[in-house]
Design a protein around this ligand. Structure first.
Ligand SMILES: NC(=O)c1ccc[n+]([C@@H]2O[C@H](COP(=O)([O-])OP(=O)(O)OC[C@H]3O[C@@H](n4cnc5c(N)ncnc54)[C@H](OP(=O)(O)O)[C@@H]3O)[C@@H](O)[C@H]2O)c1
Length: 314
Protein backbone atom coordinates (compact mmCIF):
# COMPACT_ATOMS: atom_id res chain seq x y z
CA UNK A 1 0.00 0.00 0.00
CA UNK A 2 1.23 3.50 -0.84
CA UNK A 3 1.37 6.46 1.56
CA UNK A 4 3.06 9.84 1.67
CA UNK A 5 5.39 10.04 4.67
CA UNK A 6 7.46 12.71 6.40
CA UNK A 7 10.76 11.49 7.89
CA UNK A 8 12.10 14.79 9.28
CA UNK A 9 10.31 18.09 10.10
CA UNK A 10 10.19 20.39 7.09
CA UNK A 11 11.77 17.82 4.76
CA UNK A 12 10.02 16.95 1.49
CA UNK A 13 7.49 14.13 2.09
CA UNK A 14 7.92 11.00 -0.03
CA UNK A 15 5.45 8.54 -1.56
CA UNK A 16 6.49 5.06 -0.43
CA UNK A 17 5.21 1.58 0.28
CA UNK A 18 3.93 1.08 3.84
CA UNK A 19 2.27 -1.84 5.62
CA UNK A 20 -1.44 -2.44 4.96
CA UNK A 21 -4.05 -1.17 7.42
CA UNK A 22 -6.01 -3.82 9.36
CA UNK A 23 -9.61 -3.53 10.60
CA UNK A 24 -9.93 -2.25 14.20
CA UNK A 25 -12.80 -1.99 16.64
CA UNK A 26 -14.72 1.27 16.10
CA UNK A 27 -12.94 2.04 12.81
CA UNK A 28 -13.76 1.56 9.12
CA UNK A 29 -11.31 1.01 6.30
CA UNK A 30 -11.74 3.68 3.63
CA UNK A 31 -10.17 3.77 0.17
CA UNK A 32 -8.95 7.36 0.00
CA UNK A 33 -9.94 9.18 -3.20
CA UNK A 34 -8.80 12.68 -2.21
CA UNK A 35 -7.01 14.37 0.70
CA UNK A 36 -6.63 18.07 1.28
CA UNK A 37 -3.44 20.03 1.95
CA UNK A 38 -4.19 22.90 4.33
CA UNK A 39 -2.37 25.34 6.57
CA UNK A 40 -2.66 22.99 9.57
CA UNK A 41 -0.87 20.27 7.54
CA UNK A 42 1.91 22.76 6.78
CA UNK A 43 2.23 23.76 10.44
CA UNK A 44 2.57 20.14 11.57
CA UNK A 45 4.92 19.23 8.69
CA UNK A 46 7.24 22.11 9.63
CA UNK A 47 7.40 20.76 13.21
CA UNK A 48 5.60 23.81 14.63
CA UNK A 49 2.63 21.95 16.12
CA UNK A 50 2.50 21.92 19.93
CA UNK A 51 2.25 18.12 20.25
CA UNK A 52 3.30 16.71 16.87
CA UNK A 53 2.79 13.06 15.87
CA UNK A 54 5.84 10.78 16.14
CA UNK A 55 8.11 10.59 13.07
CA UNK A 56 7.88 9.19 10.47
CA UNK A 57 4.26 10.16 10.00
CA UNK A 58 1.63 10.28 7.25
CA UNK A 59 0.18 13.84 7.07
CA UNK A 60 -3.41 14.80 6.24
CA UNK A 61 -6.24 15.94 8.52
CA UNK A 62 -9.09 15.74 5.99
CA UNK A 63 -10.09 13.30 3.28
CA UNK A 64 -12.82 11.62 1.26
CA UNK A 65 -13.25 8.19 -0.24
CA UNK A 66 -15.25 4.97 -0.33
CA UNK A 67 -15.87 2.63 2.59
CA UNK A 68 -14.31 -0.79 1.98
CA UNK A 69 -14.93 -2.43 5.37
CA UNK A 70 -16.89 -1.21 8.38
CA UNK A 71 -20.07 -1.43 10.37
CA UNK A 72 -22.04 1.85 10.52
CA UNK A 73 -21.76 2.78 6.83
CA UNK A 74 -22.05 -0.01 4.25
CA UNK A 75 -19.11 -0.84 1.98
CA UNK A 76 -19.39 1.24 -1.18
CA UNK A 77 -20.66 4.36 0.69
CA UNK A 78 -19.02 7.61 -0.43
CA UNK A 79 -17.76 9.45 2.68
CA UNK A 80 -15.84 12.48 3.97
CA UNK A 81 -13.90 12.56 7.21
CA UNK A 82 -11.70 14.79 9.35
CA UNK A 83 -10.56 14.97 12.98
CA UNK A 84 -10.24 12.03 15.34
CA UNK A 85 -6.48 12.67 15.63
CA UNK A 86 -5.91 11.90 11.92
CA UNK A 87 -2.73 13.70 10.85
CA UNK A 88 -2.38 15.45 14.23
CA UNK A 89 -1.84 12.71 16.81
CA UNK A 90 -0.82 9.97 14.37
CA UNK A 91 -0.95 8.99 10.72
CA UNK A 92 -3.37 10.93 8.53
CA UNK A 93 -5.17 10.82 5.20
CA UNK A 94 -2.37 11.02 2.62
CA UNK A 95 -2.52 7.30 1.88
CA UNK A 96 -4.33 4.75 -0.31
CA UNK A 97 -6.30 3.23 2.54
CA UNK A 98 -7.05 4.80 5.89
CA UNK A 99 -8.42 3.39 9.14
CA UNK A 100 -11.02 6.05 10.07
CA UNK A 101 -12.78 6.27 13.46
CA UNK A 102 -16.49 5.58 12.81
CA UNK A 103 -17.41 8.65 14.87
CA UNK A 104 -15.95 11.03 12.26
CA UNK A 105 -17.21 9.29 9.09
CA UNK A 106 -20.04 11.11 7.31
CA UNK A 107 -21.84 10.15 4.09
CA UNK A 108 -21.22 12.34 1.10
CA UNK A 109 -24.28 13.73 -0.72
CA UNK A 110 -24.69 13.04 -4.44
CA UNK A 111 -23.24 15.81 -6.57
CA UNK A 112 -20.23 16.61 -4.35
CA UNK A 113 -17.01 15.46 -6.04
CA UNK A 114 -14.33 13.78 -3.93
CA UNK A 115 -11.85 16.66 -4.25
CA UNK A 116 -14.43 19.19 -3.02
CA UNK A 117 -15.46 16.84 -0.19
CA UNK A 118 -11.86 16.52 0.98
CA UNK A 119 -11.24 20.25 1.04
CA UNK A 120 -14.53 21.95 1.95
CA UNK A 121 -14.59 21.57 5.74
CA UNK A 122 -11.95 23.97 6.98
CA UNK A 123 -12.58 26.96 4.68
CA UNK A 124 -16.37 26.58 4.52
CA UNK A 125 -17.11 25.95 8.18
CA UNK A 126 -14.56 28.58 9.28
CA UNK A 127 -16.23 31.18 7.06
CA UNK A 128 -19.71 30.16 8.23
CA UNK A 129 -18.87 30.20 11.93
CA UNK A 130 -16.92 33.49 11.58
CA UNK A 131 -19.89 35.20 9.90
CA UNK A 132 -22.77 33.75 11.88
CA UNK A 133 -21.72 32.26 15.25
CA UNK A 134 -18.93 34.73 16.07
CA UNK A 135 -19.74 37.74 13.86
CA UNK A 136 -23.53 37.68 14.33
CA UNK A 137 -24.22 38.76 10.73
CA UNK A 138 -27.59 40.43 10.12
CA UNK A 139 -29.42 40.90 6.78
CA UNK A 140 -28.44 44.07 4.95
CA UNK A 141 -25.21 44.65 6.88
CA UNK A 142 -21.99 45.81 5.22
CA UNK A 143 -19.32 43.12 5.45
CA UNK A 144 -15.64 43.75 4.74
CA UNK A 145 -13.57 40.62 4.06
CA UNK A 146 -9.76 40.67 3.86
CA UNK A 147 -7.87 38.04 1.89
CA UNK A 148 -11.11 37.99 -0.09
CA UNK A 149 -9.60 35.96 -2.94
CA UNK A 150 -8.21 33.39 -0.49
CA UNK A 151 -9.81 30.12 0.59
CA UNK A 152 -11.72 31.27 3.70
CA UNK A 153 -12.15 34.82 2.34
CA UNK A 154 -13.77 33.74 -0.91
CA UNK A 155 -16.21 31.45 0.91
CA UNK A 156 -16.98 34.22 3.44
CA UNK A 157 -17.82 36.54 0.51
CA UNK A 158 -20.14 33.95 -1.09
CA UNK A 159 -21.94 33.16 2.19
CA UNK A 160 -22.28 36.83 3.17
CA UNK A 161 -23.78 37.73 -0.23
CA UNK A 162 -26.12 34.78 0.11
CA UNK A 163 -27.21 36.06 3.54
CA UNK A 164 -28.19 39.41 2.01
CA UNK A 165 -25.11 41.43 3.00
CA UNK A 166 -23.29 44.09 0.98
CA UNK A 167 -19.77 42.74 0.57
CA UNK A 168 -16.49 44.59 0.16
CA UNK A 169 -13.54 42.30 -0.65
CA UNK A 170 -10.01 43.48 0.26
CA UNK A 171 -7.06 42.01 -1.65
CA UNK A 172 -3.35 42.64 -1.16
CA UNK A 173 -2.59 43.04 -4.84
CA UNK A 174 -4.68 44.41 -7.78
CA UNK A 175 -3.88 41.19 -9.67
CA UNK A 176 -6.18 39.37 -7.25
CA UNK A 177 -9.27 41.44 -8.18
CA UNK A 178 -10.32 39.19 -11.12
CA UNK A 179 -10.44 36.28 -8.64
CA UNK A 180 -13.07 37.91 -6.45
CA UNK A 181 -16.54 36.40 -6.39
CA UNK A 182 -19.17 38.16 -8.56
CA UNK A 183 -21.12 40.75 -6.59
CA UNK A 184 -18.18 41.69 -4.34
CA UNK A 185 -16.96 45.29 -4.43
CA UNK A 186 -13.14 45.20 -4.73
CA UNK A 187 -10.76 47.11 -2.47
CA UNK A 188 -6.96 46.98 -2.72
CA UNK A 189 -5.13 47.11 0.62
CA UNK A 190 -1.46 46.76 -0.36
CA UNK A 191 0.02 43.67 1.28
CA UNK A 192 3.41 45.33 1.91
CA UNK A 193 2.16 48.72 3.17
CA UNK A 194 -1.54 48.46 4.11
CA UNK A 195 -3.42 51.72 4.70
CA UNK A 196 -6.91 52.36 6.01
CA UNK A 197 -9.24 52.83 3.02
CA UNK A 198 -11.18 56.11 2.83
CA UNK A 199 -14.95 56.18 3.18
CA UNK A 200 -15.48 52.60 4.35
CA UNK A 201 -17.71 51.96 7.38
CA UNK A 202 -18.38 48.23 7.61
CA UNK A 203 -20.62 46.62 10.23
CA UNK A 204 -18.56 43.43 10.26
CA UNK A 205 -14.94 42.74 9.31
CA UNK A 206 -13.82 39.17 8.58
CA UNK A 207 -10.02 39.37 8.63
CA UNK A 208 -8.13 36.37 7.26
CA UNK A 209 -4.74 38.15 6.94
CA UNK A 210 -3.95 39.67 10.36
CA UNK A 211 -0.87 41.80 11.20
CA UNK A 212 -0.66 45.27 9.61
CA UNK A 213 -3.66 44.50 7.35
CA UNK A 214 -5.87 44.03 10.44
CA UNK A 215 -4.47 47.23 11.97
CA UNK A 216 -5.32 49.11 8.76
CA UNK A 217 -8.82 47.65 8.46
CA UNK A 218 -10.04 47.98 12.06
CA UNK A 219 -10.70 51.75 11.58
CA UNK A 220 -12.80 50.83 8.52
CA UNK A 221 -15.37 49.24 10.86
CA UNK A 222 -18.13 51.59 12.03
CA UNK A 223 -18.35 52.33 15.77
CA UNK A 224 -20.26 49.56 17.50
CA UNK A 225 -19.31 47.05 14.79
CA UNK A 226 -17.54 43.70 15.03
CA UNK A 227 -14.23 42.37 13.67
CA UNK A 228 -13.52 38.64 13.54
CA UNK A 229 -9.87 37.58 13.35
CA UNK A 230 -9.50 34.31 11.41
CA UNK A 231 -5.79 34.07 10.57
CA UNK A 232 -2.45 35.87 10.59
CA UNK A 233 -0.50 34.89 7.45
CA UNK A 234 0.27 38.61 7.09
CA UNK A 235 1.73 38.96 10.60
CA UNK A 236 1.16 37.63 14.12
CA UNK A 237 1.42 40.98 15.95
CA UNK A 238 -1.10 43.80 16.27
CA UNK A 239 -0.27 47.29 17.56
CA UNK A 240 -3.34 49.07 18.94
CA UNK A 241 -3.88 52.68 19.99
CA UNK A 242 -5.96 51.77 23.06
CA UNK A 243 -7.57 55.20 23.43
CA UNK A 244 -8.88 55.01 19.85
CA UNK A 245 -9.83 51.38 20.29
CA UNK A 246 -12.09 52.28 23.23
CA UNK A 247 -13.48 55.37 21.48
CA UNK A 248 -14.37 53.40 18.34
CA UNK A 249 -15.98 50.58 20.35
CA UNK A 250 -15.38 47.81 17.78
CA UNK A 251 -15.47 44.29 19.23
CA UNK A 252 -12.38 42.33 18.15
CA UNK A 253 -13.34 38.66 18.29
CA UNK A 254 -11.07 35.64 17.70
CA UNK A 255 -12.22 32.63 15.68
CA UNK A 256 -10.99 29.35 17.15
CA UNK A 257 -12.31 26.46 15.07
CA UNK A 258 -10.72 23.86 17.35
CA UNK A 259 -13.02 25.08 20.13
CA UNK A 260 -15.90 25.54 17.69
CA UNK A 261 -15.57 22.15 15.97
CA UNK A 262 -19.16 21.24 16.96
CA UNK A 263 -20.56 24.40 15.32
CA UNK A 264 -18.53 23.59 12.18
CA UNK A 265 -19.85 20.02 12.09
CA UNK A 266 -23.41 21.28 12.56
CA UNK A 267 -23.01 23.62 9.57
CA UNK A 268 -21.36 20.99 7.33
CA UNK A 269 -24.49 19.30 5.86
CA UNK A 270 -25.96 22.65 4.79
CA UNK A 271 -22.66 23.71 3.25
CA UNK A 272 -22.31 20.41 1.36
CA UNK A 273 -25.87 20.86 0.06
CA UNK A 274 -24.88 24.27 -1.33
CA UNK A 275 -21.80 22.75 -2.99
CA UNK A 276 -23.95 19.99 -4.51
CA UNK A 277 -26.43 22.61 -5.76
CA UNK A 278 -23.60 24.68 -7.28
CA UNK A 279 -24.34 27.75 -5.11
CA UNK A 280 -21.05 27.51 -3.16
CA UNK A 281 -17.70 27.02 -4.83
CA UNK A 282 -14.52 25.84 -3.10
CA UNK A 283 -11.50 26.93 -5.13
CA UNK A 284 -8.97 24.08 -5.32
CA UNK A 285 -5.94 22.90 -7.25
CA UNK A 286 -5.30 19.20 -7.77
CA UNK A 287 -1.93 17.51 -7.30
CA UNK A 288 -1.00 13.85 -7.56
CA UNK A 289 -0.15 12.17 -4.23
CA UNK A 290 3.41 11.79 -5.55
CA UNK A 291 3.53 15.62 -5.77
CA UNK A 292 2.69 16.27 -2.10
CA UNK A 293 5.94 18.21 -1.60
CA UNK A 294 5.01 20.57 -4.47
CA UNK A 295 1.51 21.01 -3.02
CA UNK A 296 2.93 22.00 0.40
CA UNK A 297 5.29 24.42 -1.29
CA UNK A 298 2.49 25.93 -3.44
CA UNK A 299 0.25 26.49 -0.39
CA UNK A 300 3.04 28.48 1.28
CA UNK A 301 3.29 30.98 -1.60
CA UNK A 302 1.40 34.27 -1.10
CA UNK A 303 0.01 34.10 -4.68
CA UNK A 304 -1.63 30.67 -4.35
CA UNK A 305 -5.43 30.53 -4.49
CA UNK A 306 -7.68 28.14 -2.58
CA UNK A 307 -6.79 24.71 -1.28
CA UNK A 308 -4.49 22.02 -2.63
CA UNK A 309 -6.03 18.54 -2.98
CA UNK A 310 -4.10 15.30 -3.47
CA UNK A 311 -5.58 12.66 -5.76
CA UNK A 312 -4.34 9.40 -7.27
CA UNK A 313 -3.61 9.23 -10.99
CA UNK A 314 -5.35 5.89 -11.53
N1 LIG B 1 -8.88 30.63 13.44
C1 LIG B 1 -9.19 29.46 12.93
O1 LIG B 1 -9.77 28.58 13.59
C2 LIG B 1 -8.85 29.20 11.50
C3 LIG B 1 -9.61 28.35 10.72
C4 LIG B 1 -9.28 28.21 9.36
C5 LIG B 1 -8.20 28.93 8.85
N2 LIG B 1 -7.47 29.70 9.69
C6 LIG B 1 -6.35 30.50 9.19
O2 LIG B 1 -6.90 31.56 8.42
C7 LIG B 1 -5.94 32.00 7.49
C8 LIG B 1 -6.59 32.12 6.16
O3 LIG B 1 -6.89 30.82 5.66
P1 LIG B 1 -7.07 30.61 4.09
O4 LIG B 1 -7.21 29.16 3.89
O5 LIG B 1 -8.09 31.54 3.56
O6 LIG B 1 -5.64 31.08 3.61
P2 LIG B 1 -5.10 31.49 2.20
O7 LIG B 1 -6.13 31.28 1.15
O8 LIG B 1 -3.82 30.77 2.04
O9 LIG B 1 -4.74 33.02 2.41
C9 LIG B 1 -5.63 34.03 2.76
C10 LIG B 1 -5.09 35.34 2.24
O10 LIG B 1 -3.96 35.75 3.02
C11 LIG B 1 -3.05 36.45 2.17
N3 LIG B 1 -1.78 35.72 2.23
C12 LIG B 1 -1.56 34.45 1.89
N4 LIG B 1 -0.27 34.09 2.12
C13 LIG B 1 0.31 35.19 2.63
C14 LIG B 1 1.62 35.47 3.09
N5 LIG B 1 2.58 34.53 3.06
N6 LIG B 1 1.86 36.72 3.56
C15 LIG B 1 0.90 37.63 3.59
N7 LIG B 1 -0.37 37.42 3.17
C16 LIG B 1 -0.66 36.22 2.70
C17 LIG B 1 -3.64 36.44 0.77
O11 LIG B 1 -4.39 37.62 0.58
P3 LIG B 1 -3.99 38.73 -0.50
O12 LIG B 1 -3.47 38.01 -1.72
O13 LIG B 1 -5.24 39.45 -0.76
O14 LIG B 1 -2.93 39.54 0.17
C18 LIG B 1 -4.60 35.28 0.82
O15 LIG B 1 -5.67 35.39 -0.07
C19 LIG B 1 -4.79 31.01 7.57
O16 LIG B 1 -3.79 31.60 8.37
C20 LIG B 1 -5.39 29.81 8.27
O17 LIG B 1 -4.42 29.09 8.99
C21 LIG B 1 -7.78 29.86 10.99
Amino acid sequence: MKAVRVHAWGEAPVLETVSVVHPREGHSIVRVEAASVGHLDRTIWRGEFLRPPPLPYVPGVEGSGIVEQGAPLAPGTRVWFRGGGLGTQGDGTWRERCSVPDAILAPLPEGVPFDAAASFFSPCTSAWVALHDVGGLRVGERVLVSGAAGAVGSIACQLALDAGAQVLGAVGDPERIPHLVDGVQPLVVARDAPRTPDGVAADLLIDTVGGPTLAALLPAVAPGGRAVLVGYLGGAQLALDLARFIQRDVALLPLNMLRREAAGRAAAPGLLARIAAGTLRVERRRFDFSDAATALDWLGRPDHRGRAVLQWSR
